[in-house]
Design a binder for this molecule. Structure first.
Ligand SMILES: [Zn+2]
Length: 469
């Protein structure tokens, strides 16, 4: 009767001895911004549905990892966290107030991140994201500022961090809020960084001396986004000459591994959150799949160093309150495959057409070409009437924009993507974040410590203790 618990505790001790005897030399923390459990499940269901409408799931890399935990994300100040408080919790193991980055809620005390601890203990450190490198999630690992909006200060702290590798979109305010400060690329150069731009230079990254700042080529990214928040292009919109998150992850792994010192690498899939703020499922699923491809890069490295590597994947919070189903016990996710571009890109195309006084038939052609309306997807009279109303509103000179967190999208595009999501049975409850718990997926040295119901602050504390930082 008592054999099983004893056996279990013996096994646990063996695991503990094994993990404490050999801390991992290589640690990955991969964070899907806004990637709730339903975003993960829906992406798997979507890929199964693409396979001739099959009901089922096509497992992602992360969900095949052997250990999983459920993680709560609330901040010190809010039941629903923002990315800076959540990033701070995941980086430092301490909760803080929404809006604060790498500091306590009094905005005076500095909190140390696991990236800084790893660096102090001799590991090479890399920070990678698909959005701007000074955004809240990456920033939480190297910066300490009272407000996440102090972008120039965050950039200065990046240069001063001494971390070996940074990769992602560029700085939001490279010359400061009022364009009167020294360009951050010059400060980076003074601190021993080489700025490497775009796909061509990425391919020769192995020959670059010193520390690296890898970003997309000039003029790339979601340029029309409000407040100049830059990012790599969405996976659904990009062209073959765009730099991708998996490529930056691959570059970081190769570069950090070559130091021979072991490494800590944080990778953020930052735009999953942005697509979910827009309630744009097809774009979110493509972005999440792209992030999973970056996870597969880490997994490939793990396979050649299985006894020395820990991979932990999680999210900072859920965005959009996504539900699988909205009415009739059916999912029609296969419909989403007719969407060929993001809502943001569709907005740009429609706004350009409207500025040339496009007729309703021209708009219908765009919606048919880009998201399959009337061609693959039948619309009800009510749906068509609401699209026509949005068109008349725009052409009548009224405000034709719908603002959300990261973009001002055209009302016709927003209405169309809303109709498509409703038809596919994706339910969205908010254009903001939600307080839903998120998943933690782990494999490798010490991964067995990531089970049960945990708090976001437990993740860096456990990584630091497993890794001996
Ligand atoms: Zn967000």
């Amino acid at each position: 009767m008592h054999l099983r618990p004893i056996l279990l505790s013996v096994l646990t001790s063996i695991f503990y001895i094994a993990s404490s005897a050999a801390p991992p030399k290589y640690v990955f923390l991969l964070i899907g911004d806004g990637m709730g459990i339903n975003q993960v499940a829906a992406t798997e269901r979507y890929h199964a549905a693409l396979d001739s409408g099959r009901i089922g799931r096509e497992p992602l890399t992360m969900t095949q990892f052997p250990y999983m935990a459920l993680c709560h994300t609330y901040s010190l100040s809010n039941g629903v966290t923002d990315s800076s408080a959540a990033g701070t919790a995941l980086a430092t193991g301490n909760k803080t107030a929404n809006g604060v980055l790498g500091m306590d809620s009094t905005r005076t005390g500095t909190l140390t991140s696991i990236a800084e601890l790893a660096h102090k203990s001799g590991r090479a450190v890399g920070i990678v994201t698909s959005v701007s490198i000074d955004h809240a999630t990456p920033g939480a690992f190297y910066a300490h500022v009272p407000s996440r909006k102090h972008y120039y200060r965050i950039g200065e702290q990046l240069a001063a961090s001494g971390f070996e590798f940074f990769g992602g979109a560029d700085f939001l305010q490279p010359t400061g809020k009022h364009n009167d400060r020294r360009h951050l690329h010059h400060i980076l150069a003074d601190s021993g960084y080489t700025v490497v731009k775009g796909l061509t230079e990425y391919q020769s990254i192995d020959s670059v001396p010193g520390k690296i700042f890898l970003t997309q080529a000039d003029g790339r990214g979601n340029r029309q986004l409000r407040r100049s928040r830059s990012s790599l292009p969405y996976a659904i919109d990009r062209t073959l000459d765009d730099l991708t998150l998996p490529q930056i992850t691959d570059a970081a792994i190769r570069y950090l591994d070559a130091t021979g010192r072991g490494f800590f690498l944080m990778v953020e899939g930052g735009a999953i959150d942005w697509a979910c703020h827009s309630n744009d499922a097809a774009t979110a699923f493509a972005e999440l799949s792209d992030f999973d491809t970056a996870i597969a890069e880490a997994y490939r490295f793990y396979l050649s160093h299985p006894d020395e590597t820990l991979i932990v994947v999680t999210a900072d919070h859920e965005t959009g309150g996504l539900a699988l189903g909205n009415s009739d016990y059916a999912l029609h996710f296969d419909m989403l495959s007719s969407q060929q571009c993001s809502q943001t890109e569709l907005s740009k195309i429609i706004a350009e057409a409207c500025s040339r006084s496009a007729g309703w038939d021209d708009i219908r052609t765009i919606l048919s070409d880009r998201i399959g309306f009337w061609r693959y997807i039948e619309l009800s009279d009510q749906d068509e009437a609401s699209l026509r109303e949005a068109y008349d509103r725009t052409m009548g000179g009224k405000n034709g924009k719908v603002a959300n967190e990261y973009s001002d999208d055209d009302i016709i595009a927003v209405t169309a993507i809303g109709i498509l999501n409703k038809s596919a049975r994706c339910g969205w409850t908010t254009g903001a974040h939600s307080g839903a718990p998120v998943g933690v997926y782990a494999i490798g040295c010490g991964a067995e410590q990531f089970t049960g119901v945990i708090d976001n602050t437990d993740i860096p504390r456990r990584i630091a203790s497993i890794s001996g930082y």
